[in-house]
Design a protein around this ligand. Structure first.
Ligand SMILES: [Zn+2]
Length: 281
C-alpha cells in the first residue's frame, strides 16, 4: 500500500501540472461519470494530501477525494498527445495548451468521490496528525498513544492516531528507536515519542524527495558495509522490513516476522528487546 510520502508526491505533481488550468474530467470506465461531469471544464485549484488521502480542489468548495487503498494508482504524465484510456480508468483529467498536453489517470482506487468542504473536513478531523504537514501537532498523536494499552506497532499504523504511516515506516521507525513493536503505547515515555516523531518527519520528507523509503544510517549503507544493495520491488535500503531471516545490519541476529492486526510486523529480537513492564507483571 502506498504510504504518506507517495500521496504527498502525487499532490505536488497534480498541483504542479494542473493548478490554475482548465481541465477536462471524465470517467472512461463510467463509475465516476456523473461526478466527473460536475467538475469537467473547471479550473483545477490545487491538490493536497492528508495522510493517505488525496484531495483535488475545484471551485465552489468541491473536492475529488481519492484513497488509493492497496491497489490504486494515479499516473500523471505529459506529452504531445493524450493516449487512449487503457484498462479501468475511473477518473481521467486532461489539460491542454497549444503544443502541450497533460493527463492523469486513476485506476483501482478504494475511494474516488466528489465531496463538499464539510465532507473533506470530516475526513481530516478523523485523521491523526500527518508528519509531512507543517501544521501537524505530534501531541495529538501522543494523547492517544499514552492512553492506549494497544501495541505501539499497531498504533503507529492506526490512521486516526497518525496519518500516513504504513508498514514500512512503522517497522523501520521502531527499529531505529529500539522499540519492541508489541510494547503497549501507554508505557512509552514522552521524550521517546518526540524523538520518534522528529525522526519520522525527517524520514518521510526524504521519501517525498526521492520517491522511495530509505531508512539506514550512513554507517549501514551497502557502500559502508561492503554488502550488495537490497533487491526488493519496494526499493530503498531498510533495516528490517521484508528482511525475515536475514542478518540484522546492526547486530547480525536474524530478523523476525509475525502478524499483527492482519499485517506483517518485522523486527530484530536483539536490537528491539521484548518489553516487560513491572506494572504489567
Ligand atoms: Zn539487531
Amino acid at each position: 500500500m502506498p504510504e504518506g510520502h507517495t500521496l504527498h508526491r502525487l499532490a505536488d505533481q497534480v498541483t504542479a501540472t494542473f493548478a490554475g488550468r482548465v481541465v477536462r474530467a471524465a470517467s472512461p470506465q463510467g463509475r465516476f461519470a456523473g461526478s466527473a461531469a460536475l467538475v469537467d471544464g473547471q479550473v483545477l485549484v490545487g491538490a493536497e494530501a492528508w495522510g493517505k488521502h488525496l484531495f483535488i480542489a475545484f471551485p465552489d468548495d468541491r473536492f475529488v477525494h481519492i484513497h488509493l487503498g492497496l491497489y490504486g494508482k494515479l499516473d500523471v504524465a505529459t506529452g504531445e498527445a493524450v493516449p487512449p484510456a487503457i484498462g479501468q480508468v475511473r477518473l481521467r483529467l486532461v489539460a491542454a495548451d497549444r503544443d502541450w498536453q497533460a493527463w492523469a489517470d486513476l485506476r483501482g482506487a478504494t475511494t474516488c468521490e466528489l465531496v463538499t468542504r464539510e465532507q473533506r473536513d470530516a475526513v481530516v478531523a478523523r485523521s491523526g496528525p500527518d508528519p509531512l504537514r507543517g501544521d501537524a501537532d505530534p501531541d495529538r498523536a501522543w494523547a492517544r498513544i499514552r492512553r492506549s494499552k494497544a501495541p505501539i506497532g499497531g498504533l503507529l499504523m492506526d490512521q486516526a492516531v497518525l496519518a500516513g504511516v504504513g508498514n514500512v515506516y512503522r517497522a523501520e521507525l521502531l527499529f531505529r528507536h529500539r522499540v519492541d513493536p508489541l510494547r503497549p503505547g501507554s508505557t512509552l515515555r514522552v521524550g521517546q515519542w518526540h524523538a520518534m516523531w522528529e525522526d519520522l518527519v525527517a524520514l518521510m520528507r526524504e521519501g517525498v524527495r526521492t520517491g522511495r523509503i530509505d531508512t539506514v544510517r550512513p554507517e549501514h549503507t551497502p557502500e559502508a558495509m561492503g554488502r550488495p544493495p537490497r533487491r526488493d520491488d519496494h526499493g530503498g535500503e531498510v533495516y528490517v522490513y521484508r528482511r525475515t531471516g536475514q542478518p540484522c545490519h546492526v547486530c547480525g541476529v536474524a530478523v523476525r516476522t509475525a502478524e499483527l492486526q492482519g499485517r506483517n510486523l518485522f523486527w530484530c529480537p536483539r536490537c528491539q528487546r521484548r518489553f516487560r513492564s513491572r506494572a504489567l507483571q
